[in-house]
Design a protein around this ligand. Structure first.
Ligand SMILES: [Zn+2]
Length: 388
């Protein structure tokens, strides 16, 4: 037993290491540590900043099977045209007159709200604003001197806002049928988002022009069903929105979280969705994007320009899914590819409208002159210069 015990101990004892061997082991350990630190730093600098979304370069089957030829095969030329819709204004709102008075008490460094709507239907719930509440939203905006603009107009510097008006952007994600429903008699449903906006425009004319951005799912694989839910009307609806002066932007093809897919998939989503919209509205150029789920890819470079196969794309701006009011586009910290929005609910709509009623000096007010930037700092001098 004693022998056996001794043998066992001997068997598992550590080998005697020479001085040289110890030095080598220490060197290896130090080098490994240094490489780990360097690797972590590179990962942080190149890949994780400024958006800490995880990288998972995965693809999926739907991506692999959908190819551009499928898009080309689908046409809707036999669908009836929309101009017979009752209540559509004959022409788009007039551009502001060239001789508008200058509004010296402007604040073109103030904040701007970008409202985010999804479905417009009963009952009121998350991602669904009731038609009555949507009407109340617009009424409150009209009453408080807000003026609707398209998302792309915000990004490009709000050059068409009349003097004294407060710009606001209405955005609609997901191209749900409740945003633009055509009834059997070819009229626009008065409870759909577009029907409600058309009625406000008829009542308030130039004080409430037809402006707003519909971020649609540029998906034609099921005969355009994902574009406002009525395939036979899909193309005409997009055309009508553009003709009215509203904006059609992309919300990707398949509503994917761009922080969770491969680079190739991101470019496919951005290129194909833009292509599907643009071929539906000849001559129209899609400018704006809203990322589903607020999921950002690891670099904004994807938004600016890219291509998939023969399809290239550019976007001038991208809407985030949350974040509160946006900075003025004239603010040096304004990022056109990360414009925050306010998801509309009873609580948040009232919160922000009340906030800016109580802090009116914080909101953007246009001077009416697209070639001039008026900030509160300039006002005393401008007021002194103005003739009495
Ligand atoms: Zn969405």
């Amino acid at each position: 037993m004693v022998l056996l015990y001794n043998n066992t101990v001997k068997k598992f004892s550590l080998p005697q290491l020479s001085h040289l061997e110890l030095t080598l082991i220490a060197l290896v350990l130090i080098l490994t540590g240094a490489l780990l630190v360097l690797g972590s730093y590179i990962l942080y600098v190149d890949l994780l900043r400024p958006h800490a979304e995880p990288l998972s370069p995965r693809s999926d089957i739907a991506f692999a099977t959908i190819t551009p030829p499928v898009i080309r095969q689908i046409t809707l030329e036999k669908a009836p045209a929309l101009p017979q819709i009752n209540g559509l204004p004959a022409d788009t709102p007039a551009a502001p007159a060239t001789s508008v008075p200058y509004f010296s008490a402007a604040n073109e460094m103030g904040k701007v709200m970008v409202l985010e709507y999804h479905r417009i239907a009963y009952p009121e719930m998350r991602y669904q604003r009731s038609p009555d509440n949507f009407r109340q939203d617009i009424q409150r905006l009209v009453d408080n001197n807000y003026y609707p603009v398209n998302f792309a107009e915000l990004v490009s510097g709000l050059k068409n806002v009349p003097p004294g008006k407060k710009p606001i952007v209405l955005t609609f994600d997901d191209s749900d049928i409740s945003q633009f429903l055509v009834l059997d008699n070819r009229t626009v449903d008065a409870d759909s988002a577009l029907g409600i906006l058309l009625n406000f425009h008829e009542k308030h004319l130039d004080d409430w022009p037809m402006r707003g951005t519909f971020f649609v799912l540029g998906d034609d694989t099921n005969n355009y069903t994902k574009i406002f839910g009525q395939p036979e009307w899909a193309k005409q609806k997009l055309q009508v929105l553009v003709d009215l002066g509203m904006e059609v932007g992309s919300h990707t093809v398949n509503h994917v979280d761009l922080s969770q897919v491969s680079a190739e998939r991101i470019e496919w989503e951005l290129a194909v969705s833009q292509y599907v919209i643009e071929q539906s509205v000849p001559g129209y150029q899609v400018q704006s994007l809203s990322v589903p789920y607020g999921g950002f890819p690891w670099t904004y470079d994807f938004f600016k320009a890219g291509s998939w196969g023969d399809y290239s794309y550019t976007y001038t701006g991208n809407a985030a899914a949350w974040g509160g009011p946006s900075l003025s586009p004239h603010d040096t910290n304004f990022d056109p590819y990360h414009v925050p929005r306010i998801e509309v609910s009873d609580i948040w709509m009232d919160h922000w409208l009340t906030y800016f009623e109580q802090n009116p000096n914080e909101y953007y007010i246009s001077d009416g002159d697209p070639n001039r930037l008026t900030t509160p700092q300039e006002q005393p001098q401008l007021a002194a210069d103005a003739p009495n």
